[in-house]
Ligand binder design. Sequence first.
Ligand code: WT7
Length: 648
Amino acid sequence: MQGSSANNSALPIEERYHPGKEVYRRLHEESLENPEKFWNEHAGIIEWYRRWEKVLDDSNPPFYRWFVSGKLNLSYNCLDRNIKNHRRNKAAYIWIAEDGTEKIVTYRGLHKRVNVLAAVLRDLGIQKGDRIVIYLPMLLEAPVAMLAAARIGAPFSFVFAGYGASALSERIRDSGAKLVITSDGGFRGGKVVELKKVVDEALQETTSVENVIVVKRTGTEVDMVESRDLWYHDLVADRNDYVEPEVMDSNDPLYILYTSGTTGKPKGVVHGTGGYAVWVANTLEWAFGPTEDDRWWCAADVGWVTGHSYIVFAPLILGLTSIMYEGSIIHPGPDRLWKIVQDYAVNLLYTSPTAIRTLMRYGVQYARMHDLSSLRVLGSVGEPINPAAWQWYYTNIGKDRCPIIDTYWQTETGGFVMAPANGISLPLLKPGSVTFPMPGIDPVIYGEEGAEVKPGEKGYFAIRKPWPGMFLTLNNDPDRFRSAYFDKFNGAYYSGDFAIRDQDGYYWLLGRADEVLNVSGHRLGTIEIEDAIITSEEVAETAVFGKPDPVRGESIVAFVVVKDGFTGDLNLGNAIKGRIRETLGPIYIPHEIHFVSSLPKTRSGKIMRRVVKAVALNQVPGDISTLENSVSVDEIRDAIEEFRKESG
Ligand code: WT7
């Protein structure tokens, strides 16, 4: 079996690659030794209006600039370039509604829709450099909006539809958006999720937005604010515009995508145009090796970076046909995902460990209901994939013949940075390892003191050299860009993740090393959740941490101390959860809330979250010599014990 290393472990590592291994090695070596030559060739994946003068400007680290003075437009590369050739009538997207309705949009059709919306945006006064916010569920209008914005050079900020009003308004404020594109709502798991209402609430806290475009999807009643709110279908009716793509500089921003860090304030990750495009298109080719006739299904939400890079930009640049599915993968039954694979003969499936574990839990019988023989490559992203899930995916879904492409990357990296290069030459796989770096990536694992660790030792994952897909900066915060990512290890990009490189040179990404949780592949800041809980008037103090969870990866646990005069009970717990749903959004709702009378603190009054977590998880809390009160520790233990009894 390809996935096992045991029977090969006697061979030197190079011998364990499949035939063609030399190609990967040569390419990776060349990418680091002669980046100029390497990227001059690989930037040809994009059609440029004007060629760059210099591959990389590294004169002002960490503000690296790729393909200096190169000019391009990504809407052009995704659409116009494809309709000039044999892809004119090829499906760009096969969109499947949760109720099974399907819509196929060809490259020509997508070009038309994008041009019309681009013209509408122009008519509403959006110009090059203006920002827009997109707050949409999994509708075709999402890629249309992103591409229309790219066409006119208006950086967009997509806010995932699972965020609540305060999260949305914060992103609108920070990005300074002039316009919001949303929908009345969306369908998920057979239910309606209302979105326009959330926008209305968010806009009460902001001043920059002049217009809201509303896509009609659910038919839910919405309040349309006179002269501010406009129906999408009214705006695009009977139009047939062509909008000349704006000539963008390689280092003009394409989008801002907010993600969680170690403070309460989300980071506005700014991606550029040229380097980003070169990176996402090449990495999709290298990792998955798609062919012209493949059906590609990236089963992520378009509102996350996975969707930006691998539902929208990379597959369209490569001219692929993508499946885009509106709803829940277990609706109306646990075989939904497998049914889509069969019905649309999906060749390349890219999903998350959380999804795999969920489907695994329902059982293999649901996969067996459908013919999965079209599958050729299986991908994974979002968190470390545990060997058991890897094996299940490999054996039961891929029938021992589809490689598992475990891709490690982040919002900041733009595209895959570590993944088996199936499109170049597949290495032997080890379940749970991302194997090797993509060409152009120079990974390094540092110890606490900043020295490289030895093989087999756990350390902090960093990348030594810049790569084209890396973000340009943090919106409105270049200082944080530097301090959060480049100061810790002397100018190298620090990821915030732990990793190990084993004796064979394989990399294993082990999860976050900072105060960031990974819940079902969603990246959530501990402090964000604590900040939201603390705004409840009943709450005096709180400590939030992630608890290992067999399906979600981590679940959110909160310990809460109430103010005098209030009672910490089930009602208050539910009230807090309800408020978090409204403000941060449903993905942030704590799975457990425990009330205690005090929290372990240092003598200087700092809450020791590390101790709370260790005690709650029944681990050794480490050094607690600076602890102010030990009673709190016993209380945490009791609360957990109680909870265990209650939940059986
Ligand atoms: C964090 C980034 C990049 C797309 C989705 C998440 C974790 C992601 C893997 C993987 C181990 C992974 C890391 C990373 N992560 N993929 N294959 N193996 N960990 O993007 O929201 O920016 O989250 O997800 O902890 O730092 P994101």
